[in-house]
Design a protein around this ligand. Sequence first.
Ligand SMILES: Nc1ncnc2c1ncn2[C@@H]1O[C@H](COP(=O)(O)OP(=O)(O)OP(=O)(O)O)[C@@H](O)[C@H]1O
Ligand SMILES: [Mg+2]
Length: 499
Amino acid sequence: MNQDTVSQDSVNQDSADQDTAEQTICSRPPLDSERGHILVVDDYPMNRLKLVRLLQQQGHSVAQAGDGEQALTMLRAEPFDVVLLDLLMPGVDGMQVLHEMKRDSALRDIPIIIISAVDEIEKAAVCIETGAEDYLQKPFNPVFLHARLSASLQRKKLRDLEKMYLQQEVMMRQNEKLATLGKLSAGVAHELNNPAAAAQRGAAHLMTSFARFQEIHLRLSELRLTQEQAAVLLELDHRALESAKKPTYIDALTRSDREVEWEEWLADQAIPDPWLAAPTLALLGYSRDELAALLAGFTPPQLTTVMEWLECSYTIYGLTEEIGHGTARISEIVRALKAYSYLDQAPRQMVNLHEGLDNTLIILRSKLQPGVMVQRDYAVDLPLIDAYGNELNQVWTNLIDNSIDAMGGKGEIHLRTRREGEWVVVEVEDNGPGIPAAIQANIFDPFYTTKPPGQGTGMGLNISHNIIVQRHKGRIDLHSKPGQTRFEVRLPFHPPTTP
Ligand SMILES: Nc1ncnc2c1ncn2[C@@H]1O[C@H](COP(=O)(O)OP(=O)(O)OP(=O)(O)O)[C@@H](O)[C@H]1O
Ligand SMILES: [Mg+2]
């Protein structure tokens, strides 16, 4: 309620002052950066009108609110550049509006200029401590109004620009991550799917095998075997377990020959369906004499059940081993993926480049197989470096991915690391067709690709360049001729600044 602080006379007097001042101010047209969308909040209509008129003459667009509640509603409905806020109002007063705006992240950055009467200077000071940008004393002086408003508008525009830049930066980083993630997800899905499917198949097979094993075991117990015979079974079981754990590689031809030999031997022992147990015996590594000696005390009917039992037992051990391998492989990929992406870790830390390269290889395995040979030539004394590990892994992914593509999935990739003074160097080299000299200057440009639509976005090298040069203050150099393309990445032990 400012009626008592701004009398009608002073308004008239102000108008006179204002006209002179307006002429000074309006002698040059306002710049775009000096114009804004302003909300005037004052419960006293005379003050409001005066301010609105002044502001409009200065080129601003103006809206007005007669109390704090209306002001907050308007602020939440449309974007304002500056708020001119009276302190003393009925209901929600200026101080409450200020507090409310500072609490609300969407309104926090709108500059607030407090309109204060002479006897409210102390309150205005408290407002500035609470986050108001400036204050303006009644009666209004157009020159001050112009100056303070321009300064606030400038600051607001800078803040908006900064926010926009930060948002773009976040979006860019997000896009970069998505681009590399997209490249990986197909491969990783494939990598996970194979062992998962194998483990699933193994578990289903294990179930039926175990049911069969129970039935054979019952029959075996009815044979009333002697202690010596039981000891032989234990020895056979032990051999089956060991051989399932460490299968020895036998080429298909030799294996088939051995199976035929064992089939004949089993047939000689009068065992029905000899082809059932023959593959197991071919893998257990006994000679026929050895097995004959071991099984000498068994009658042919006993031997039939024992062979069935041995084959089933070996199958069960093999399946258990297979499920173990499949699930271990899944764990390895998940571990590599976590390490690769630095999940749950600080983005910047002391990074072991060799681990990063190896995790990248694990994740790209399905793309590397079967035609690409990877040679790793790592320096033994390579120090850890202060870096954004997850981003560096994106670089290795992009470089290796490009090499695989260039070689059409067949060829050699050399990964080398070395120390060079205060730098570490990582090289990714392939023996593909090379990059023609004419396009070498373009390959780091965004969206530059020679791949057919849908196969390349042309962002891989641009992202890698940004990560190495801007984020790590390093270098990325290319040496390419037909049959040899080498990307050399140089990284400082400590990037000088944190961008
Ligand atoms: N090792 C390489 N051998 C031959 N050409 C390469 C090699 N690495 C990059 N290039 C060339 O550089 C171009 C740009 O590579 P970049 O990684 O930026 O994009 P891209 O691989 O085409 O697409 P993506 O965004 O999927 O990575 C490639 O299209 C290719 O022509
Ligand atoms: Mg690429």
